[in-house]
Write a protein that binds this ligand. Sequence first.
Ligand SMILES: Cc1cn([C@H]2C[C@H](O)[C@@H](COP(=O)(O)OP(=O)(O)OP(=O)(O)O)O2)c(=O)[nH]c1=O
Length: 190
Amino acid sequence: MQLILASGSPRRKKLLEQAGLQFLTKIPDVDEQSVTASDACQLVKKLAVMKGEKLPPAKGEVVLSADTVVSQHERILTKPESREDAFAMLSELNGETHQVHTGVSIRSQGKSTVFSVATKVTFWEMTDEQLAAYIDTGEPFDKAGAYGIQGKGALLVQKIHGDYFNVVGLPLSKVVRELEHFGIVPFSSG
Ligand SMILES: Cc1cn([C@H]2C[C@H](O)[C@@H](COP(=O)(O)OP(=O)(O)OP(=O)(O)O)O2)c(=O)[nH]c1=O
């Protein structure tokens, strides 16, 4: 079986490489703003499915797609659209605990599965100056919730509860376990 990663995210590509999987990458073209859902879990699953549907699997292919959002107090945070937006998001998350949800869709011609995983992340209390300095790194702009735990955003994080890799964009070990049901096996390519 040929695995196709339906994602333009360099993080997701890196994570699958880390798992030793062989795959091709294709970028789905979706309007993420057009989708609504009752809560963050439903939203990320819907978006993951939508991304997968843009690249239907051919015979012998398995298509993997995903979406990540941050939620706090019923509010859903996606990627910031501006510096002000990033500052507003980080101020909201500052000193509190939020959840990072990643939805994953896996499809072959014969079957499909969709699931979501949530990780709790607690931020330190930062000053406005520290948040502004973090935004100056440029890191927030392509990331849900306006931070990257895998980069300098690590300094905002006091603790996490759950899968770290889920925060970065894919709940890696769960994904690999699910892929095995589709005939995709890790460690086979070195
Ligand atoms: C919270 C957090 C998010 N992110 C990233 C993961 C996702 O790539 C991104 C959320 O945007 P997504 O829309 O999930 O993904 P994407 O647009 O980067 O890629 P594609 O839709 O093509 O698959 O935020 C981090 O890299 N680190 C973090 O700590």
